[in-house]
Design a protein around this ligand. Structure first.
Ligand code: HDE
Length: 692
């Protein structure tokens, strides 16, 4: 299914003399220059004789090369590596009590969106599956103006004050002398910074957890991080935290998979998203809010709502669903859309306002500023992907890359020349009128004392997870600190961990072969089981992939049965065989999509051996199945396909191993249930070993 292009959304397009801006298709008859002159030849430059020098008068050569020389724009200083999709947000109307923002308040109201997911540290060409925070930036093209929710897949941030952002990023980016490592935090400067700035501890815990290596964008939670202020139509205000809850559940890779994927398929996440959309399995999330009273304290139950290193446990304030996001169309052009999209935390609409969170305040400056460098001037809002869907009637004029041909004589207010227009909009005209709030105080460079607790919530996070998730955190810390050269940095970070949790500190210290320092970890921490992502009842399986191992003797009709059942669940089935080509003939003929040489276990969520497949000792297949088994994925076989599993040392009866005598319901049912659990974690102690 071809992606549905959604270019050039409505909006008051900058209109040129020849009409509205065009979507340039590549199916015109003749190749032309940028000036529309038809060209006879784009393969040979104009030369003085076929062996002679090139002539300066070749305007086509010069235009082609000059344009090429300028094809790149500065990559984003953070979040450079990203992938995006178009979609729709549909409001449940349930937020109408707390906000006047029309796109949230009106039940059933649909709003176009463009969402860009990203890693933070890596450059544009880095791998998708590195251990890092993921960006989750949503542009809502509402009819009251554009609202950008520029969030992450983790609910807290490294620093409390935006003035430290260049420091944490300098520490996390590759070291400045030889520019390594790429796209990851396993190096001295990162750990130097976070062990010195203990406010980072909570975010570091999330990074070292499975949240740092999501299975896919489809299975990733999103958070607005900061506390926002919502304003209802009667003027009442409340404080909220925004959440994106993936319908497919929250799931991650295991670390070995993430590492393999970085080499085997650096585009793992963007491929998964675009393949899923093409296969008719859109990415879906529920939008939710935690609502806290705006009582003037900016705190709730002892939690400072202005401190972006703190979350509000869902057990304390449940997330109320307020709408649904569906991403169902791939971009038409990566550069025009995904690269040029410009998010800005200051793109707000009436009914949504900011708070005094000092991180948020700095962001309100940064995003506008960065676009001016990145997109070459102040007119980036005229780029098709950035154009609001609400009518624009600004008095901003001229500047680099001005594509609008403005009419009128009086781009100023007040005027009489243009009949006094445009006019001011007050709140009843849906103008953005900031809610009055009292701001007074001494000018100080200081944090409130409540920002000083750096350890209670990291302890809550660690202790709320299941043992297998805790094992992964221990392994991640041990891996990352194991890559640090400076002994003193490792020791300082161990001292930080000693203030989080005794067990965590002891195990990481043991893994590093260092003494476990003393600390004062918080006691009696109230846990938040909602922080765990391990599921015990099967969730949805849409967008998942099953690899079926087969050969020419296999039960090909059985594969079709499985495929039919899978399609109903939004799951795709791909045949894997020793060599490429076709298996069998007639109605059940199967196309081999992967061979033992081209497949790697990370591509699939489950592996199945079709009945009838002759047992093989091909080492590549054995390793494939063992790798999937080691990563706790569902594996299965029907009929005598079991012999191939057994050859790989996988026995019937192990957790997550699905075996049936024939293809059909008795096989599909348990297979999809195992897939819906994401992993057979019960297998983990046996196949993954304990962390330390
Ligand atoms: Fe960003 N951030 N950020 N950030 N951020 C950017 O904007 C910045 C922060 C986030 O897909 C930049 O257009 C400062 C928190 C995402 O295009 C830049 C501070 C959160 C994206 C910038 C923060 C984020 C960015 C780089 C501390 C989670 C990618 C290019 C005050 C709530 C958006 C650009 C996309 C991008 C600055 C902190 C998320 C430089 C100064 C906290 C998802 O403006």
């Amino acid at each position: 299914m071809p992606p549905t292009p959604r270019p050039d959304q409505s909006s008051p397009a900058p209109v040129g003399p020849t009409g509205s801006p065009e979507t340039r298709t590549q199916d015109g008859t003749f190749l032309t220059t940028a000036q529309g002159v038809r060209l006879p030849d784009t393969h040979h430059s104009l030369k003085a004789g076929d062996r002679g020098p090139t002539l300066l008068e070749d305007f086509h050569l010069r235009e082609k090369i000059t344009h090429f020389d300028h094809e790149r724009i500065p990559e984003r200083v953070v979040h450079a590596r990203g992938a995006a999709a178009h979609g729709t947000f549909e409001s449940y109307g349930t937020a109408g009590k707390v906000t006047k923002a029309g796109f949230l308040a009106e039940k059933g109201k649909k709003t176009d969106v463009f969402v860009r997911f990203s890693t933070v540290l890596g450059s544009r060409g880095s791998a998708d599956t590195v251990r890092d925070t993921r960006g989750f930036a949503v542009k809502f093209y509402t009819d009251e103006g554009t609202f950008d929710l520029v969030g992450n897949n983790m609910p807290v941030f490294f620093i409390q004050d935006g003035i430290k952002f260049p420091d944490i990023i300098h520490a996390g980016k590759p070291q400045p002398d030889i520019e390594l490592p790429q796209a990851q935090s396993a190096h001295d400067s990162f750990w130097d910074f976070v062990s010195l700035h203990t406010e980072a501890t909570h975010h570091v815990m999330w990074n070292m957890s499975d949240r740092g290596i999501p299975r896919s964008y489809r299975t990733m939670e999103g958070f607005g991080v900061h506390t926002f202020r919502l304003v209802a139509s009667n003027g009442d205000t409340s404080l909220v935290k925004f959440h994106w809850k993936p319908i497919a559940g929250v799931h991650s890779l295991v670390w070995e998979e993430a590492q393999i994927a970085a080499g085997v398929d650096p585009d793992f996440h963007r491929r998964d998203m675009s393949d899923g959309i093409k296969a008719g399995a859109p990415l879906e999330y529920e939008f939710g809010i935690q609502v806290m009273p705006d009582d003037g304290t900016d705190t709730f139950e002892g939690i400072d709502l202005l401190d972006p290193t703190k979350l509000v446990p869902e057990e304390l304030v449940p997330v109320q669903p307020i709408g649904k996001l569906t991403l169902d169309a791939n971009p038409t052009n990566y550069f025009a859309e995904t690269e040029q999209v410009a998010f800005h935390t200051g793109h707000l609409v009436p009914g949504i306002e900011v708070t005094n969170d000092p991180l948020m305040q700095a962001r309100l400056f940064s995003y506008l500023d960065t676009q001016i460098t990145r997109l070459g001037g102040p007119n980036f809002a005229q780029l098709p992907i950035n154009r609001p869907h609400a009518p624009v009637n600004d008095m901003l004029r001229d500047g680099m890359h001005q594509t609008a041909v403005h009419t009128g004589l009086a781009p100023y207010r007040n005027n009489t020349v243009d009949d006094g227009e445009p006019t001011d909009a007050d709140a009843s005209d849906r103008g953005y009128v900031q809610t009055e709030r009292v701001i007074e105080g001494r000018a100080v460079r200081a944090n409130p004392a409540s920002f000083d607790d750096h350890f209670t919530q990291p302890a809550m996070f660690y202790r709320s997870l299941t043992p297998v998730e805790q094992d992964h955190i221990v392994e991640a810390f041990t891996f990352e600190l194991g890559k640090v050269y400076e002994q003193s940095i490792k020791e300082r970070e161990l001292a930080v961990l000693a203030n989080v949790d005794k067990d965590l500190r002891t195990r990481v210290a043991a893994g590093l072969g260092l003494p476990a320092p003393k600390g004062t970890p918080p006691k009696d921490v109230v846990l938040s089981p909602a922080l765990s992502q391990v599921v015990t009842t099967p969730g949805p399986v849409d967008g998942r992939k099953i690899g079926v191992v087969a050969d020419e003797n296999a039960d090909l009709a059985g594969i079709d049965k499985l495929r039919k059942a899978a399609e109903k669940h939004g799951v795709t089935v791909h045949v894997i065989a020793a060599v490429g080509g076709l298996l069998g003939e007639g109605t059940h003929r199967q196309v081999v999509e992967r061979t033992f040489l081209t497949v790697r276990s990370i591509e699939f969520d489950a592996f199945v051996v079709a009945g009838g497949t002759s047992p093989t000792t091909d080492i590549k297949l054995i390793l494939l199945l063992q790798e999937a088994f080691r990563h706790c994925k569902a594996v299965g076989a029907w009929g005598d396909g079991l012999a191939t599993l057994e050859a790989a040392g996988i026995a019937d009866g192990e957790p997550g191993v699905v075996v049936a005598s024939s293809a059909g319901k008795s096989f599909d049912g348990p297979l999809f249930a195992a897939l819906g659990l994401h992993r057979a974690w019960d297998r983990a102690p046996a196949v993954m070993g304990s962390a330390v």
